[in-house]
Design a binder for this molecule. Structure first.
Ligand code: PLP
Length: 389
């Protein structure tokens, strides 16, 4: 049956794409080796530096975020290299599985999937590695499966405190452009991101921000690579071009997204996400449900993962909300399957959209028979009223 009104895409990415960006993408495709393309490419490459807060290189690949992960690994590690990977949740776990598949030696520091990566445990492991066999530390900035944020600047300090030369590689696929990323200031060596979250684009672009040190390092790395090779990108990127056909229309969209983010102001974008994160957590607490992130101060402002009471199915609840209120909520991934649902509150999102989302969740909880107290949406509204829009 046709559902009237707009679908609410409240998964934690892809986020809904604003009309301005859809319009930009809808322009005619141009010759990616012709004279007019240089401006498009240069604007995107330079613009992304401003989003990552870096003066160093940003590479853009026509791929999903997973491709960006692979590019980060194959350009910095040689076969058999050791890498420390902190398991904050499903995505951190997937990244380490990828590293093993390619032929690296990931050492996984296990986490409880209820908070960010722990700098002290990383420092302790690096201090033990007196031979400096560990070549990189990989962490997920915003763990989309759990709604927890890792303290990246503190992890850099931990690596430095251990006096260890490992590269710091960060997945901010769902963090960038929603919560602050300070690539240069935080001393990150590689930051991976994707188009379909805070950047408000459809899926299809991935990014590697790369420090001068990591770029230099990549010259000596022996892992076979071609499509993902940073070194092949550097030359053409210098004049706004790419070594193969870029996703031209997504780059139009990206340039529009960069303009929109700067028109609003990055700090305002982050503050908006912070308000929505806080209001959502207030709603969850009022419902008497549990926010999965158990470490205070590490709760994500991009999404909130909500634990469903024992004996109840998060997936059945999500199916109910989709059927009755036309809202898509995120599912629980791997060991969290059917135990949590995730509310995305990222990207091109405002107070009224959040209120509709939380109302949909609250009505869905009642419809699906999940035990809860009503009034969560109301409490979130009070929270939004109190913090100014
Ligand atoms: N890392 C994180 C933190 C993610 O949220 C995602 C996707 O949601 C990925 C990696 C994988 O990216 P993609 O699905 O675009 O390949």
């Amino acid at each position: 049956m046709r559902q009237a009104g707009r679908h609410f895409l409240q998964i934690p990415g892809p986020s809904s794409v604003p009309d301005r960006i859809l319009k930009a993408i809808g322009q005619q495709t141009i010759d990616h080796r012709g004279p007019d393309f240089a401006e498009v490419g240069q604007k995107a490459l330079e613009g992304m530096k401003s989003i990552f807060k870096t003066k160093q290189h940003v590479f853009i690949f026509p791929s999903s975020g997973t491709g960006g992960w692979e590019a980060a690994l194959v350009n910095t590690l040689s076969p058999g290299d050791r890498v420390v990977m902190f398991e904050t949740g499903h995505f951190a776990s997937m990244w380490s599985k990828m590293a093993r598949k390619i032929g690296f030696e990931p050492e996984v520091i296990e986490g409880d999937w209820r908070g960010g990566a722990e700098p002290d445990r990383i420092e302790a492991r690096l201090r033990e590695d007196v031979a400096h066999e560990i070549k990189a530390v990989c962490v997920v900035h915003n763990e989309t499966s759990t709604g927890s944020v890792s303290p990246i600047a503190e992890i850099r300090s931990a690596i430095d405190a251990a006096g260890h030369p490992a590269l710091l590689m960060v997945d901010s696929i769902s963090g960038l452009a929603s919560i602050d990323v300070r690539f240069d200031e935080w001393g990150v060596d590689v930051c991976v991101s994707g188009s379909q979250k805070g950047l408000m684009l459809p899926p299809g672009l991935s990014f590697n921000a790369v420090s001068a040190r990591a770029l230099e390092y990549s010259k000596a790395v022996t892992t076979p690579r071609s499509y993902w090779d940073w070194q092949d990108m550097v030359g053409p990127n210098g004049t706004g071009y790419f070594p193969y056909t870029p996703a031209t229309n997504l780059l139009y969209g990206l340039n529009e997204a960069i303009d929109m983010l700067h028109e609003e102001g990055l700090d305002n974008v982050f503050a908006r996400h912070a308000r929505h994160g806080a209001a959502t957590r207030t709603a969850v607490q009022t419902w008497g449900l549990e926010v999965l992130c158990a470490r205070q101060g590490q709760e994500s402002d991009v999404l909130t993962a909500v634990v469903v009471p024992e004996g109840h199915s998060a997936d059945a609840f999500r199916a109910t909300t989709l059927k009755h209120y036309d809202i898509s909520l995120g599912n629980g991934l791997s060991k969290l399957a059917d135990k949590v649902f995730r509310i995305g509150h990222l990207g091109d999102f405002n107070d009224l959209m959040l209120m509709a989302t939380l109302s949909g969740v609250e009505m869905g909880l009642a419809k699906a028979g999940i035990p809860h107290q009503s009034g969560g949406a109301q409490a979130a509204m009070e929270c939004l009223k109190g913090t100014g829009g």
